[in-house]
Every structure is written in C-alpha cells, then in structure tokens.
Design a protein. Structure first.
Length: 583
C-alpha cells in the first residue's frame, strides 16, 4: 500500500506540474481535458505496471541439490499487541463513508431542487428555474438559473450557450470522476488541484465555443458583470477567481507550431516517467565458459585447502559404526575432499549503516536489538552512532513467532567493529578446531524409504500440509517443558560460522531420493541442547518420496551448535529449519 501511494503520488505531481508548465496556457483545451483525466488514470495504474529489463551477469556455480531460504524461527507463543492497522483502517473507513454520504447528498440536492422548480425544454437539455438567488450553472444535462433573472431577460443567450457547452461535452462526468477519487483518497490533497485544473479547462472549452459565435469584448464585459466567488462543488459555474485567466485565454492566438512542439516534448517526458517507475532490472545469468568454471573450481579448492589446513578428519560410517577415514586433511584424496568436506565459508563484509535505518532501530515497538549477539534495550542506541557498527542484519518475525518479551515485528543484529574484527572478519580463513568429525551413511534405498515413510505418517504432524501453531505447541509439550523459543532468550543459538554454514552442511550431506521429482519444501523442527547438540528432530512438513526421513538422517550428523543463553546461562532452545529442494 505504501509503495502504491508513493509511486502514484510522484506520478500525479509530475504530470500536474507538466500540465501547468507546458499545457495550461495553450489553446489546446480538448487535448488538455483528456491529458488531465489520462494523467490521473495513468498515475493510479503505474504502480501495477512492471516492465522487465534483462541484465546479463556471469553465471555462478550453485549447490546442486538444496537452495535454502532462511526464515524466522517459528514458535507457539503469540502476543496481543495494540491493533494499529485495524484502528487505521477503521478510521479510514469511517471518514470515507462520511464523505461518500456527503457526495450522494450533494447529488440528491440537484434532484430535490429540480422537483421543486419549473422546467423548460432547451435543445437537448432542460433549463431548471430555481427560486434561489443563484448564478447559471450546469449538472449533467440540466442548466440551473434563477427564475426571476430568466423571465426578466437577464440570462443572456451567451450565458446559456456557455452552459450548453458544458452539457453537450458532458463535463459533469469529469467532475463526478474526480470527486469519487477525492472520496477514496481523501487524505491526498493533490486531487483538489487536479479538480481545479479540470474545472478551469472546462471553462476554457465553453468560452472558446461562445467567442466563435459572439463578440469577444461584449462577452468579456458580460463575464465581469456576473463574476462571483460563489460556486457549487459539483457544477460548472462562473467563478470570480478564474475570470482573469479566462479573459486572458480568450484573447490568445493559438500557435500550431508551439502546440505541436509542446506535444512532442511530452513524449520523452512521459516515457522517462514510465521507465523510472515501471522498469525492473532482472539479472540473467550468461553461461560460464569452461575456463571460467575451471577458474571458479580452482579458487574453491584453494580456499578449502587453506581453511582445513592441519585439521584432522575423521569420517565414520553410521551403517556399520566403522571409521572410514582417520587422517589429516592434506592426506585426503581429491575425491574424498569433494565427497566429505564442505567448501570454505564466504567471508563477512563490512557494510556502512545509514542514519535513516539506525534512527529507525530506536523504535521500541518495531525493532528488537542485539549488539554483538547480546540483546540490549533500544535506548542503548542513544549512546551510539551508525559508524560504531561494521555490519547490521535485519529479519522480519511473523506474528506467531513473537513473544511477550520480544513482541516487535523486526529483529536486528548489530556488530561493532571490534567484534567484527575479532570474531567475524577471519572466520572464513581457518576451521575453528583441530579435528573435524563427519558421520556418513549410505544412500537410503527405495524399500527403506517406503518403510520409514510409513512409520513417519503415523505421526499426524508429518502428514499436515500446512504448518500450524497448534502443532508447535503440541511438539513442545511432547519434548519437555524447559524448552525455550528464540524470541524468549537474550542470546540466540548459532552455528559455528553462521546459519549459512549450517545450510552448507545440510546441502553437502543431503542425498535426494531418486524417486523425488520437481521441487518441494521440508521443515524440520529440533531442540538445540545446552551443550549445543541437536535432539528431538522431527519433520513438521514433508515433501514426500522420502525427503523427510533423509532430512532427519542429516540432522543426526549435524555438529554441535553454540548454545543459546538467557541471563548468562545456557538453555534448551526450540529451532526450525526450512529446506527448499529441487531436482
């Protein structure tokens, strides 16, 4: 909604400015009428228009199996917060209904006035003789005039012809259209200016038709005598504030060359507006050449060799409990490295934090803040400036993932330069340990898949097509009561090297069943124990064909995490892992 309002308002403002600068003073009133109406329609449509522009980028080698998407951890507890959105929409609805009722009342006022007045046929219109002291004005196919002035001959032929132009050209349709938009977008004042421009152009159109039949000077004198500041919001009427512009326009001479030039200028301006508002650059990968692929693979190997240098590797086969490999990384063959060893993690990069984002983080109702993996109050930011931080990451927390303690819809991790340089900067260079233990198992056979699937489907959690809050609550009840949610603790659990490294581990160890075709999504829920180990793994959403059991097998191989903490003490934490798979 916000994007729609911003984009449409920019277009409305630009197009109205173009009208006032280029078009309003030219005698091209029919063109201007449809330009103004078209500008409004185009501005409301622009936010929904998208033209894709393909940008060629070099292809990169992606993991063959799993393409994970990180999501906020799902939890059972939710917190009732003040319903800002509901209040906003309630206020909007009440004001809109009130304005709509006023609009309908104004419409009905014309019918009421007509029922109480004498009506005279006049060409394709009707003249309504009103007892009230009014100026001639039109609405739809009715011309409203004062009865006494009409019968005494004060309503001249020029004035009636002027109003007849409004009737024949159906100017009331334009006014009703813009009035309805004012009802819907009552909070946006720009439609008021559009209405004024449309009404003035209507007067130009009517005046232009009249001066072709009558003497210009006499008609101008007549306007000066009858000009008044009084007008009807839904009617075309003489208005003293517009009279000066109308008098000047009557004496202007149209220059076809100048008009043609200004119309020509419109084309690139409109094209630039649409281009800037509606285009979206889409990156399209260009095929990598053989030399590019070899270079990329060689760099990966060099990074991996440096990362695992002097690390002792132990690979244990879980099927027979035998150790398959027990030697240093340098003694592994290339095939053994490619099969068992993950690539080196990507390096963290410092990124400057903007003042706008930093100031928004001070909003206690919108953001929960962690500095260097420790939860802090938003007020702490008063003692910092954006340059104090080397990196900031932000994640959205769905409603069912918020708790009483952390009720905010957004969570932000801020890392100081000292913490970044000490902890994150060089994480990609060296494996954090002397020994790497890998648990391996043979690929599950189809017969085993069917057997395990049948066992899993006995559990109602895994047959659910949609993840529900009740399932998470039931899961927590079944796995003891001391389990905490990530939104209830001061320090979240983390995988050595970050969650991206854990996804790499899953990708490297997951064997996609041969029977699985297409794409799917799995969600595994588990508990990270106080010592960092994983327990109570369970598939909450299964993509079928044995993808769920294979995910559980990989979870059994997972290395220990850095446990979560609350008030300085390690705690058991409920965690969920979404896995997107393609074949």
């Amino acid at each position: 909604m916000t994007d729609f309002l911003i984009t449409s308002n920019i277009a409305l403002f630009v197009l109205l400015a173009i009208y006032h600068v280029l078009l309003e003073r030219e005698k091209m009133h029919t063109f201007n009428r449809f330009y103004l109406l078209g500008a409004v329609v185009l501005s409301l449509l622009i936010p929904f228009l998208t033209f894709e522009i393909i940008s060629q980028v070099p292809a990169t080698i992606m993991p063959e199996l799993i393409q994970p998407t990180m999501t906020a951890t799902l939890v059972a507890e939710s917190r009732a917060s003040f319903p800002y959105h509901q209040v906003f929409w309630a206020i909007y609805a009440l004001v809109t209904i009130a304005l709509l009722m006023r609009f309908l009342k104004n419409l009905s006022a014309f019918a009421t006035r007509e029922n109480k007045s004498e009506i005279i046929d006049c060409e394709k219109s009707k003249i309504v003789l009103v007892d009230n002291d009014i100026l001639p004005h039109t609405f739809w196919n009715r011309i409203y005039v004062n009865a006494t002035d009409y019968k005494s001959g004060k309503i001249t032929k020029e004035l009636l012809d002027h109003e007849m132009v409004h009737v024949k050209q159906k100017h009331s349709v334009d006014i009703i259209f813009i009035e309805l938009l004012k009802v819907i977008f009552w909070f946006n004042p720009i439609f008021i200016f559009y209405k004024r421009a449309i009404q003035l152009n209507h007067e130009f159109l009517a005046d232009s038709a009249v001066v072709e039949k009558y003497n210009v000077v006499e008609y101008q004198n007549l306007l000066l005598k009858t000009a008044s500041a009084h007008s009807y919001s839904l009617a075309s009427s003489l208005n003293y504030q517009l009279t000066k512009k109308r008098l000047i326009m009557m004496t202007k001479t149209a220059s076809k060359r100048r008009i043609l030039l200004k119309k020509a200028i419109l084309l690139p301006v409109l094209a630039a507006l649409i281009y800037s508002s509606c285009t979206k650059v889409v990156a399209q990968q260009t095929p990598m050449t053989t030399s590019d692929q070899q270079y990329d693979t060689r760099n990966e190997q060099i990074s991996r060799d440096a990362y695992y240098k002097n690390v002792h590797v132990i690979v244990k086969n879980m099927d027979d409990n035998k150790i398959v490999i027990d030697k240093s990384y340098e003694k592994l063959s290339t095939s053994e490295k490619d099969r068992y060893i993950q690539p080196a993690p990507a390096p963290y990069q410092k990124k400057e934090l903007s003042s706008q984002h930093f100031n928004s983080y001070k909003n206690t109702n919108e953001f929960a803040i962690w500095i260097d993996s420790r939860h802090v109050s938003n007020t702490v930011l008063k003692h910092h400036k954006p340059s104090d931080f080397a990196l900031a990451t932000q994640s959205f927390v769905h409603k069912n993932a918020r708790s009483k303690k952390f009720f905010q819809p957004n969570q932000v991790q801020l890392y100081t330069h000292e913490y970044f340089d000490k902890t994150l900067k060089n994480q990609h260079k060296k494996y954090p340990g002397d020994t790497l233990k890998i648990f391996h198992t043979a690929k599950i056979k189809k017969e085993q898949l069917a057997e395990v699937n049948a066992a899993i489907e006995k559990n109602s959690h895994n047959t659910a097509q949609k993840l529900r809050e009740e399932e998470i609550e039931e899961y927590v009840e079944e796995t003891q009561t001391d389990v905490r949610n990530t939104t209830e603790i001061d320090k979240k659990p983390d995988f050595p090297g970050g969650i991206a490294e854990f996804y790499k581990f899953v990708s490297a160890n997951y064997n996609l069943p041969d029977s699985f075709k297409g794409a799917g999504r799995i969600i595994v829920m588990f508990i990270i124990e106080k010592d960092g180990s994983i327990s109570n793994s369970e598939v909450i959403r299964d993509a079928g064909e044995g993808t769920g059991p294979e995910a559980l097998r990989v979870m059994q191989l997972a290395p220990k995490w850095i446990p979560g903490e609350d008030k300085g003490e390690p705690v058991r934490v409920l965690y969920s892992l979404p896995i997107s798979i393609v074949k």
